[in-house]
Design a protein around this ligand. Structure first.
Ligand code: CP
Length: 303
């Protein structure tokens, strides 16, 4: 593994190795002194050209817990605002002997374009509606903690599937680990032909949740919508919000995941987000460990 550009292209063995490494990394964050010297002397640049809280901060924390130097860059304040191209920017960062580039961009394919340009590893931290591989890995780790294995488990991914990079990466990783994946949402939010990815579409929340072991709830990706795909938030919430009533259709103690940021009262009710069996904050904790594992595997002694 030279880069991490998506779940697509990763073998089941590569996924399991990343999850096993992340599980080993979890313990470091429990220590009083949360730092090991593993990546001492390495420099990681986090280039976030789209807003982020969880992913950006957890990549920075992950680098620091492994003793790497972490530099955060955004479009404003960088020479991108002076019309420098991203490719030129990446070449300049490489010339400073940076060891790894983490990239988030609103356009699908940007991390791959940079990976083709530079010799250092590139990690996709979310590109348009394409992929968000570290989110999928932390989601898989969270479900593995709940069930031991995803083999034969039924996972329902609910919401704006069409515009969600998390949906795409999640369904790839869950399927690779042996889960049965259902995707559910209004017809305007389910891409035609999604069955080709080995998942079953549902157009009723109740049907999708029946007997599910886990539910991944997604935010409506307003920033990627080109027109109105649903009448309004109130109508959406009436049909698609995960509430205690609708969650009761899933298996008892079904795990509830959400990649964040959550829009309370729209796709999920606070009564579900903030109580058992919600694993939303466990996902955030696991995100640091997954990103430590990715940085280690791409720049550490394992490369
Ligand atoms: N899940 C996720 O990508 O969150 P951020 O946008 O805050 O990074």
């Amino acid at each position: 593994m030279r880069h991490l550009l998506g779940i697509e292209g990763l073998s089941r063995e590569e996924i399991l190795r990343l999850l096993d490494t992340a599980e080993a990394m979890l313990e470091i964050s429990q220590r009083e002194v949360k730092r090991v010297p593993t990546l001492r002397g390495k420099t990681i640049v986090n280039l976030f050209l789209e807003p982020s809280t969880r992913t950006r901060v957890s990549f920075e924390i992950a680098a620091k817990r492994l003793s790497a130097d972490a530099i955060n860059l955004q479009a404003s304040g960088s020479s991108l605002s002076k019309k420098e191209t991203l490719a030129d920017m990446a070449s300049n960062l490489e010339a400073m002997n940076v060891d790894l580039l983490v990239v988030r961009d609103r356009t699908a394919g940007v991390p791959k374009m940079l990976a083709d340009r530079v010799r250092i590893p590139v990690v996709n931290a979310g590109d348009g509606a394409h992929e968000h591989p570290t989110q999928a890995l932390l989601d898989a780790l969270t479900l593995r903690q709940s069930f031991g294995s995803l083999e034969g488990r039924v996972v329902a991914i609910v919401g704006d599937i069409a515009h969600s990079r998390v949906a795409r990466s999640d369904l790839l990783v869950f399927s690779a680990l042996g889960a049965e994946v259902r995707v559910a949402g209004p017809p305007t939010m389910i891409p035609p032909g999604i069955e080709a990815l080995g998942v079953k579409p549902y157009f009723s929340l109740e049907d999708a949740l029946a007997g599910a072991d886990a539910v991944v709830v997604l935010r409506i990706q307003q920033e990627r919508l080109e027109g109105a795909l649903f009448p309004g938030e109130r109508e959406y919430a009436q049909n698609w919000s995960l509430t205690r009533r609708t969650l009761a259709l899933a298996k008892p103690e079904a795990a509830v995941l959400h990649p964040g940021p959550i829009n309370r009262g729209v796709e999920i009710a606070s009564e579900v987000a903030d109580a058992e069996p919600s694993r939303i904050l466990d996902q955030v904790t696991n995100g640091v460990a997954v990103r430590m594992a990715v940085l280690y595997q791409l720049t550490g002694s394992e490369q």
